[in-house]
Design a protein around this ligand. Structure first.
Ligand SMILES: [Cu+2]
Length: 532
């Protein structure tokens, strides 16, 4: 398929109204939902849905993701040549259910890697990748959500393009919600995500059956931060290359697209912060009254009740599902602090929905909170502390991004100057920082030494979600399930405290800073989930 064909296919998809992705609903709400959404030619990624397998309880989503350099057209920006999934930014949206199996073949159509024999905490092998299903509670081993794998390209020009299979079994009782997928090969992650290699992954289930939610248009809002200069992505092979490349923010592959709601309409937005470097404090601006925002889930875990909010705080990697309820006609903009332009224009127009659509009073919680006995125990089992030593390492990356705390990677020279030590607190694929026993419940405290204001180091743990109970020692009411939690800089000593139970799966997995360049530079630790 040549570039032109790829571009035209995306344009066709982009023009489809939201209603085209709706699934049949047994109640009479579908007509209202479809008509409410039909006016909105808002871009949506292509949707791949799992198929039932006769005679079995679960379905299968078996498709091929093709990864290569492609030229995409980004409305509001222009053309860009980057590594993509299936020639689109973002890639296809995957829709599965608990009990399904995800079988993804990934073709590596990228050129051979440049030779590299340097330190593994220097970005490298930009044309190798793998697959991470961010937030899914699935196996981190074998062919599943295993980020220790590498999918290299052909070794020489003209060789055949290799392909790789990922097989991921979604547990039958997996929470229903919004997740995402992206490559996670240490050293190449930020390069690939800043080129748009991201996609949304939806687990369907109980929350979708809540009548008020079933009636609402189901809209993916995937926010990307692309680094494009002269229509291409620069190589992040020096400490300054990334800083010098301006960020272009897109929603579903367009700069500032417009979404339309009718007065009285409620839509469900699946907000995905698929950025690599920048957190988003999202809020609506415009005439009063602006549409109301009610958050119903965080990081794929449904709340017990909707929570009205005027600002949705998203660190890199976070998802938030919100119900947005339009009042009177008007034009509004979705803004993120620290960004100049709007991410999204919201148009409330057309025939009012009569009677106005309503919000649910209660929701099926995606995960029960821990018992009081755990919540009351504030004893700390593990500590992670983000720490940066600037200008201590040789070029081309002089800043040392470290994970200190209770289980740091040991120093090369424990008696020497630790601030200049190349190994201390940096990722070592041969060193297990945390051995975590299945079934155990532990309390972690994540802290930061970061002095730079707004230098966010989000904490992300693979395989198991955690219940955030405290920020800076103050209890959250109620506590909130996360798989990623932002910790802004500027106040060294800030902390987040959470409880986590290591459930179901064994194998090697990661915790890391979700500023993905920091991760590539070594701000990551290895965890080993083991049998109890
Ligand atoms: Cu960081």
């Amino acid at each position: 398929m040549d570039n032109q064909t790829r571009i035209s296919r995306r344009t066709v998809l982009k023009a489809l109204p939201v209603a085209a992705t709706l699934i049949a609903s047994p109640d009479g709400l579908l007509a209202q939902r479809a008509s409410a959404a039909a006016a909105a030619a808002f871009p949506q990624p292509e949707v791949w849905t799992s198929q039932n397998v006769p005679g079995t309880a679960g379905g299968v989503l078996e498709r091929t993701l093709d990864v290569r350099f492609t030229e995409t057209f980004i409305p509001g920006f222009g053309k860009a040549t980057t590594r993509t999934y299936n020639a689109t930014i973002p890639g296809p949206t995957l829709r599965v259910r608990g009990g399904d199996q995800l079988r993804l073949t990934q073709v590596n159509g990228l050129p051979p890697n440049a030779p590299f024999d340097g330190d593994h905490n220097i970005p490298h092998n930009f044309n190798s990748f793998n697959l991470h299903t961010h937030g899914l509670h699935v196996s981190p081993s074998g062919q599943a959500d295993n980020v220790m794998r590498e999918f290299p390209p052909r070794s020489q020009a003209g060789g055949s393009e290799p392909s790789y299979l990922s097989v991921i079994d979604i547990p039958a009782d997996h929470p229903a919600g919004t997740f995402w997928y992206h490559p996670h090969l240490h050293g190449a992650v930020s390069e690939q995500i800043a080129g748009g290699m991201t996609g949304v992954l939806i687990v369907q289930g109980d929350v979708d059956e809540v009548p008020e939610i079933a009636a609402a248009a189901d809209v993916v809002v995937c926010i990307n931060e692309l680094k494009i200069s002269k229509n291409a992505e620069p190589l992040f092979d020096t400490g300054t290359a990334l800083v010098e490349a301006a960020s272009t923010y897109t929603v579903n592959g367009e700069v500032n697209p417009t979404i339309t709601l009718r007065p009285g309409e409620v839509q469900r937005w699946r907000l995905v912060c698929a950025t690599a470097f920048t957190p988003m404090a999202l809020h609506l601006t415009g005439a009063s009254p602006a549409p109301a925002m009610h958050q119903i889930a965080q990081d794929g875990i449904t709340f017990a009740v909707p929570v009205e909010t005027s600002q949705v705080n998203m660190a890199m990697g976070n998802r938030a599902d919100i119900l947005i309820q339009a009042a009177g006609p008007g034009t509004y903009e979705l803004h993120a602090d620290a960004l100049t332009g709007p991410l999204l224009t919201v148009q409330v127009a057309g025939q009012p929905v009569n009677p106005p659509m309503s919000l649910p009073q209660q929701l099926p919680p995606g995960k029960e909170p821990f018992d009081d006995v755990y919540l009351a125990n504030l004893e700390v089992d593990r500590e992670v502390r983000w720490h940066v030593d600037p200008n201590v390492l040789p070029s081309p990356f002089q800043n040392a991004f470290r994970v200190l705390g209770s289980h740091p990677t040991p120093a090369a020279d424990p008696q020497g100057d630790l601030t200049r030590d190349p190994k201390y607190g940096r990722f070592d694929p041969m060193y297990v920082n945390h051995t975590l026993r299945r079934g155990a419940v532990e309390r972690w405290v994540i802290g930061t030494d970061e002095k730079m204001t707004n230098f966010n180091h989000p904490f992300h743990l693979h395989t198991n979600s955690f219940l955030v109970t405290h920020r800076n020692g103050v209890a959250l009411d109620p506590p909130v399930w996360h798989d990623t939690i932002g910790i802004a800089g500027g106040n060294p000593g800030d902390t987040v405290s959470f409880l986590v139970r290591y459930e179901d799966f064994t194998g090697l997995a990661m915790l890391h800073c979700h500023n993905l360049q920091h991760e590539d530079l070594g701000m990551m630790q290895l965890v080993d989930y083991v049998e109890d």
